[in-house]
Design a protein around this ligand. Structure first.
Ligand SMILES: Nc1ncnc2c1ncn2[C@@H]1O[C@H](COP(=O)(O)OP(=O)(O)OP(=O)(O)O)[C@@H](O)[C@H]1O
Ligand SMILES: [Mg+2]
Length: 351
């Protein structure tokens, strides 16, 4: 996976966590750092016995430095280890060794959605700006896959809480969306308070990257349910479709806007977006959780319908003829359609 932003390939991973590498000798050989976020450092390693690459997320904070955070990291990694779904990166080991808590997962070859959004915007800006950053049907398909993953996790009482482009990986070979960091602690009291004088978060830890996708109820109170993730997914899709998040600016302004300002409609910002897809995203961004889709499953169904309507929409041509407007996109439909299986088996099926 190419994760450009926070990657530091020149820092040998082994020198960063020598005690952990020593404790894991014969099991995993650390190769390089893939990146780091608000919570941990992700290392590329080789599973020595199976001779395959793995990704290991390490909490740099030791138990002595922050026992609560340390315990929560392990607890939530173990909880994530219970999840088995085709659109969730599985956690196959959560442990503590050499003074560090860590968990292991398969290394996913691909790009996270944040990198795809950035790259596409850079390319399109140089050719024919403003273009929608990513193909709407691709975004709708990925959003549907994430909605399946959310439905599965929510049914088991796990809310993700940090759905953002960097936590959605698009596997290069299969073009499948995989969600990472399920239910993972973000190292903060999740109440996002803004210090009026410094304009910075008073909560300890770092949540800057997530603010653009944070639901109103998550900003004021951590008592969220799955519909908070649906809001965040809507904000991610909005960004992928239009090239900007629903609310941009300084952090306090973004937070206030999530709480008070109606989100702009996707098709107002990017009129070329197919209206059926735009309408689904708009509904995810409703301020009140009751006004969104009730479940991830309902969202996935709505997306399925929007994709179908988009690919069959017939638009009159000026010469009176009729053409299929999204023919190119339609060619991708074969990829979109999954083998005939029930919605339930998609939601609950293991890899
Ligand atoms: N299983 C994996 N395979 C390959 N790369 C991964 C895997 N898991 C995470 N990464 C990548 O490693 C990098 C660091 O991930 P990390 O989760 O630490 O940061 P983040 O997602 O930006 O922030 P946060 O801590 O809020 O989740 C990201 O670019 C992420 O996509
Ligand atoms: Mg992450």
């Amino acid at each position: 996976m190419v994760m450009a932003r926070s990657t530091s390939p020149l820092v040998p991973a082994v020198s960063r966590f020598p005690a952990l590498q020593a404790a894991l000798a014969g099991q995993y050989d650390f190769e390089r750092e893939l990146g780091s976020g608000g919570m941990g450092v992700v290392l590329l390693a080789r599973d020595v016995r199976l001779d395959r690459p793995v990704a290991i997320k390490v909490l740099p904070t030791t138990a002595d430095e922050d026992p609560m955070l340390y315990a929560r990291f392990l607890r939530e990694a173990r909880m994530a280890g219970q999840l088995s779904h085709p659109n969730i990166v599985p956690v196959f080991r959560a442990d503590e060794l050499g003074g560090h808590a860590f968990f292991a997962m398969p290394y996913v070859e691909g790009d996270d959605l944040g990198a795809l959004i950035d790259r596409h915007r850079t390319q399109s800006a140089s050719v024919l700006a403003p273009l929608a950053p990513l193909a709407p049907l691709d975004v709708a398909r990925w959003m549907r896959e994430v909605a399946w993953a959310l439905a599965y996790a929510h049914a088991r009482g796990v809310v993700h809480r940090d759905i953002k482009p960097e936590n959605i990986v698009i596997e290069r070979e299969s073009r499948r969306a995989l969600v990472t960091d399920f239910g993972l602690a973000r190292g903060i009291g999740r109440r996002a308070e803004v210090d009026a004088t410094t304009s910075r978060f008073t909560a300890e830890g770092e949540i800057v990257g997530s603010v653009r996708y944070m639901s109103p109820e998550q900003i004021v109170d951590d008592g969220v349910d799955g519909r908070s993730d649906l809001y965040s997914l809507g904000a991610v899709a909005f960004h992928a479709l239009t090239g900007r998040a629903p609310f941009e600016g300084a952090i306090p302004a973004i937070l206030t806007a999530h709480l008070e300002r109606p989100a702009p409609s996707v098709t107002d910002v990017a009129p070329a977006i197919p209206p059926h897809i735009g309408a689904v995203v708009d509904r995810c961004l409703a301020k009140r959780a009751n006004d969104r889709y009730e479940t991830g499953e309902a969202l996935a169904d709505a997306l399925e319908k929007a994709i179908r309507l988009t690919t069959t929409q017939r638009v009159p041509r000026r010469d009176g003829d009729v053409r299929i407007r999204f023919r190119a996109a339609r060619r991708g439909l074969a990829r979109l359609e999954r083998p005939a299986s029930s919605a339930a088996s998609r939601l609950h099926g293991a890899r």
